[in-house]
Design a protein around this ligand. Structure first.
Ligand code: SF4
Ligand code: SF4
Length: 321
C-alpha cells in the first residue's frame, strides 16, 4: 500500500520549525521556485534586528526541544546568521541548515564550531549553472571532514534532462568519498516535470526525502500536525502552517505578538502537498481515517479566520470593502 512505502526512520512526531531569516539568494537558478531570477518578484530581504529578537524570544520559549531549520533564500548571507545560531545552541533546541554552499570555508568552519553536536543536518544544494563543480566537490569533502560526527551531511541537486550526464559523475565521486547525493525533481508551473524514461529510471531510488511519494499528491482531509509541531516563519515574522498557502494556514505574526499554534493535529485543507519535511517528521497521520465532521468544522473556522485577517489587512491599508 502507498503509505507503507514511505521512508520513515521512526514513527514519533518530531517538532521542528523553518525560520526564513532572509528570502533573497545570491544565486539566480533558472528553475528557482522562489523565482530569485525575477527582478520584479517581491522579496522582503533580510530580517531586521527587531524581528530577530522577537522570533528568538518566542522560539526559545517553545516547550520541549525543536529542530530549528534555516533555508530558502540563502541564510548564510544574513550578517546575523552566526549570532543567531550561537543563541540557539544555548537553548534546548537543535539546528539544521539548507544552503547553496556559497559561504566561504572560514564561515562554514566557524558555523560548525559554534553549533557542534547541536547541528542535526546540513543540506548543501549543488546548482550546476551557478557554481564550479570541482570546487564544490572539494568543499563538500572538506566540510564532511570537519563537521561534528553527529551531524548528517548530504548534497542535493535539482535534476534536469540536460544535467543528467554530469550528475552521474558527481554522484559517483561523492559516493566514493562517503557523501550522499540526493536528487530533487524540478518544478514548472507549480507541478513537477516528467523526465525522459532513462532519467526517471536513474533518479527513482536517489530522490531526496519522500518526493517520489508526494509527487503532485494531495492529502486533503488527512490529520496533520503542521501548525502545531511544525511551522514556517517568514523574514518579517509572519508564521504559516506549512509550505502550501492553505486556508486557515496563517498563524499570526511573532513581532506583533499575534502568533498562536494549533492545539493539535487538524485536517489538511490543501489540494497539494509538497512538504517532505512533514512526512519525514511523521506529522501527517496517513493511517488515520478522514473525519468529514472535523474537515467541515475546520474549513468553516478557517474561512472565517482568513476573512478576519484580510479585513485587518485592508483596514491597516485604509481600504474599505
Ligand atoms: S540557490 Fe536555491 S534559492 Fe538560490 S536561486 Fe538557486 S534554487 Fe533559488
Ligand atoms: S499540505 Fe501537507 S504538510 Fe501541509 S497540511 Fe496538508 S498534509 Fe500537512
Amino acid at each position: 500500500m502507498f503509505y507503507d512505502t514511505i521512508r520513515q526512520k521512526s514513527t514519533e512526531q518530531i517538532k521542528s520549525l523553518h525560520w526564513q531569516i532572509t528570502d533573497i539568494c545570491n544565486y539566480k537558478c533558472n528553475y528557482c521556485s522562489e523565482r530569485q531570477y525575477d527582478k520584479n518578484r517581491f522579496h522582503y530581504g533580510l530580517s531586521d534586528q527587531k524581528t530577530i529578537s522577537k522570533v528568538l524570544e518566542t522560539i526559545l520559549n517553545l516547550p520541549g526541544s525543536w529542530q530549528i531549520k534555516f533555508g530558502n533564500g540563502e541564510p548564510t548571507n544574513h550578517p546575523k546568521f552566526l549570532e543567531i545560531c550561537e543563541e540557539i545552541t544555548r537553548s534546548r533546541h537543535t539546528l539544521c541548515l539548507t544552503t547553496n554552499f556559497s559561504a566561504p570555508r572560514e564561515m562554514l568552519k566557524k558555523f560548525v564550531e559554534i553549533c557542534g553536536e547541536k547541528l542535526n543536518f546540513v543540506t548543501a544544494s549543488l546548482h550546476l549553472g551557478q557554481t564550479n563543480v570541482d570546487e564544490f566537490l572539494q568543499k563538500a569533502i572538506w566540510f564532511d571532514s570537519i563537521k561534528d560526527p553527529q551531524t548528517c551531511f548530504i548534497v542535493t541537486n535539482v535534476v534536469t534532462d540536460e544535467n543528467f550526464i554530469k550528475i552521474k559523475h558527481i554522484y559517483k565521486e561523492l559516493e566514493e568519498n562517503g557523501i550522499r547525493l540526493e536528487l530533487q525533481i524540478r518544478k514548472s508551473n507549480e507541478r513537477t516535470v516528467m523526465y525522459s524514461q532513462k532519467t526517471e529510471e536513474y533518479i527513482a531510488n536517489k530522490l531526496h526525502g519522500n518526493q517520489r511519494f508526494i509527487r503532485d499528491n494531495s492529502f486533503f482531509g488527512k490529520e496533520c500536525y503542521t501548525g502545531n509541531l511544525f511551522f514556517i516563519i517568514d523574514p518579517i515574522g509572519n508564521v504559516f502552517r506549512c509550505y502550501q498557502m492553505i486556508t486557515g494556514g496563517y498563524l499570526g505574526n511573532m513581532v506583533k505578538g499575534t502568533f498562536a499554534r494549533y492545539p493539535g493535529s487538524l485536517p489538511c485543507l490543501s489540494l497539494k502537498c509538497e512538504c517532505v519535511n512533514a512526512i519525514e517528521r511523521n506529522l501527517i497521520l496517513f493511517k488515520k481515517k478522514r473525519n468529514i465532521g472535523r474537515i467541515t468544522r475546520h474549513l468553516a473556522k478557517s474561512i472565517k479566520a482568513d476573512r478576519m485577517v484580510l479585513k485587518k489587512l485592508l483596514e491597516s491599508l485604509s481600504i474599505s470593502i
